[in-house]
Write a protein that binds this ligand. Structure first.
Ligand code: CAO
Length: 416
């Protein structure tokens, strides 16, 4: 079966998470992604947080499936020549090195355009070009702090907190993938390549847009009615951390269920949708609240929202998170159990949908990885294991037109 990105060749000059997450997505959808790695060591994640000695770590295998691996020392003259040939014959080059690394290697955007005017050059950096922090190297949590996620996450009496979700890394990679696909579409019309950049700060901020909304509301009226600080607490002039409050105008909270004393995830998230108040009162066995003016409207409920949550927790006391959701779903109440990674890994639903898949790696054997979160009616995404370091070096060089003799010379020169 042909894949949508069949025929698109991508030089994958990425490492760690942000770049590899982007190129893995494109590889799932059919692009020929050639991961270019330094001979001997490769992407640092191959050896980071290993669970099996001398075997590629899960950090690497889960971000580099469906790719080919070429080792190439691009600081040698021979290595640079191989990269030049690759640039001439590829469609896209993706990189997330520290600022200036590619220029220092001799592959500025101007040089790349000279080699291949149709090339789409895609970069992840911590901050955008021209930003006063543009020279900084950036990892996930740095980006979460710089992009507004940390200052708005956590509880009001605690420090800024980062999320476990890779808002800086994988999220920026997803943004970049959209940019690359957009540039490919534009190239079909113009015949020209272009440079596509996405900064981790911008990608985090894009996901924090409701907090920028809140800053402007706060500036104007001095309070934010959906935050736990309202109406009993106080607001300063910056968006506060709101704990587990719902950010979209529907009050919600994480509530304890049966077993919370020993199980750290025996909780559900419960949302009080305005128009679902009547079913909520029914579900809770408090039908009188539906017609009581002190509870009937969202406005009337706001000053006692935590008393209401306490009543719901009382109701949840003898129900597991699954039992609770099974009852509440009948009343159309938006809610879900808080699921642990162990529960997600074993979830039959996620296995059935291909959102978590098991693949077989040459050295590691079977492991779980994330499958495509995007589902298509006319594309079956096959998730393949990650390549060993340099597994496809000779194959890629042969594709580029190198003879067996030339390839031996490149090996001897330690360029590959
Ligand atoms: N052959 C020869 N040299 C190679 C090479 C190859 N195949 N691949 C990489 N290199 C060299 C680069 O040329 C560069 O050398 P110089 O610094 O001497 O010019 C060096 O390896 C890589 O540098 P780096 O700055 O990318 O690496 P680092 O480990 O110091 O920093 C990181 C890592 C992630 C902080 C930095 O790359 C960065 O800020 N990237 C942009 C933001 C980003 O994507 N961060 C998210 C990472 S995911 O958590």
């Amino acid at each position: 079966m042909t894949k949508p990105l069949d025929g698109i060749r991508i030089i994958d000059f990425t490492h760690v998470q942000a770049g590899p997450a982007c190129t893995q997505l494109l590889a799932w959808y059919g692009a020929d992604v050639i991961k270019v790695e330094r001979p001997g060591s490769g992407d640092v994640t191959r050896s980071q947080l290993r669970d099996i000695p001398d075997v590629d770590a899960l950090y690497f295998t889960m971000l580099n499936g469906n790719k080919r691996s070429l080792t190439l020392d691009t600081k040698t003259q021979e290595g640079k020549e191989v990269l030049e040939k690759m640039i001439k014959t590829s469609d896209v080059m993706v990189e997330n090195f520290g600022p200036g690394a590619l220029d220092r290697m001799g592959f500025s955007w101007a040089r790349i355009q000279e080699l291949n005017p149709k090339m789409i050059m895609a970069s992840v950096k911590g901050f955008s070009d021209g930003h006063s922090y543009e020279d900084l190297k950036v990892y996930e949590n740095v980006a979460q702090c710089a992009g507004g996620a940390a200052s708005t996450t956590g509880f009001w009496d605690g420090p800024p907190t980062v999320s476990a979700a890779a808002l800086g890394d994988s999220n920026t990679g997803m943004h970049l993938a959209i940019g690359i696909l957009t540039a490919l579409m534009q190239r079909q019309k113009t015949g020209k390549g272009q440079k596509v950049s996405c900064s981790m700060q911008d990608a985090v901020l894009n996901l924090c847009r409701v907090k920028l909304r809140d800053q402007q509301r706060l500036d104007k009226i001095g309070y934010l009615e959906e935050y736990p600080q309202y109406p009993h607490g106080t607001f300063s002039d910056v968006v506060p951390r709101g704990g587990n409050a719902g950010g979209g105008g529907q009050p919600g909270w994480v509530l304890k269920c049966k077993g919370w004393e020993t199980d750290p995830n025996a909780y559900i998230y419960f949302t009080i949708q305005g128009h679902a108040w009547q079913p909520i009162t029914e579900a809770l066995g408090r039908p009188e609240w539906a017609t009581d003016p002190a509870y009937m409207t969202a406005e009337a409920r706001q000053d006692k929202i935590f008393d209401i949550f306490a009543v719901i927790e009382e109701w949840l006391k003898d129900k597991t998170k699954y039992e609770a959701v099974d009852i509440l779903r009948k009343f159309d109440i938006p809610c879900a159990p808080v699921l642990s990674m162990k529960e997600l890994a074993a979830s039959p639903d996620l296995r059935k949908s291909g959102s978590i898949v098991e693949v077989d790696h040459k050295a590691r054997g079977k492991y779980l990885t994330i499958g495509s979160p995007i589902k298509f009616s006319d594309l079956e995404v096959e998730v393949k294991p990650s390549p060993l370091l340099g597994e496809h070096t000779d194959e890629v060089l042969t594709d580029l037109g190198y003879s067996a003799d030339d390839i031996s010379k490149l090996h001897a020169a330690k360029a590959v």
